[in-house]
Write a protein that binds this ligand. Sequence first.
Ligand code: TYD
Length: 219
Amino acid sequence: MSTQTEHRGLFVAVEGPDGSGKSTQARALTEALRAAGHEVVLTREPGGSDLGETLRELLLDPGHAPVDPRTEALLFAAARSAHAVRTLRPALARGAVVVTDRYVDSSVAYQGAARGLGEARIAALNEWATDGLVPDLTVLIDVDAATAADRRDRRAAGGEGAPDRMERETADRHEALRAAFLARAAAAPERYLVLDGALPPQELTARALARVTAQAADR
Ligand code: TYD
């Protein structure tokens, strides 16, 4: 399985709804890849660059609610554009493995599906914003609504802070988000690894690591 891309490195996105455990997996995958000797840049969206992190604060601040869905979609795309130019492309050009906690599929699911702006339109906006930078692999952590709600509750009880603006507003749209993520994966199965988020965390990391290692060796 040989993938033709414009860059030397390997671009991996970790995606899933709130409460899927994707941030934990992005960190664990990064540590495992580093232990195996790879140079890994771990980054996140919204954020991932100075300008992007400033936009993140604005986007997630409950004080700005309600934000018009189009305004929101453009701000996420603006943060992503800065992320691609400042962080992702330079790291990929020098041959690093880049692991990003969320990327374009989050906008397609949250703004396109959950906010109702249209998945195709949001995909096109983001293709433009990133100048066509597509992950070599997207690890999608799929969880049902009950599991995700349970994880969010435990996180809140564990003192990890109040839910951000997006979490508050989209918690009841879990199935719409989930369907949108799965549709993206079904449209390009060779570029996705869909994992059952109910599996033990170590198992999820092992499966993601095996796939990334295989793709890295194939380049
Ligand atoms: P994230 O930092 O991943 O939150 P958490 O680590 O708590 O899961 O993302 C913050 C929120 O922003 C999350 O609810 C998803 C939302 N989001 C969008 O709506 N669109 C996007 O393009 C991105 C990247 C995130």
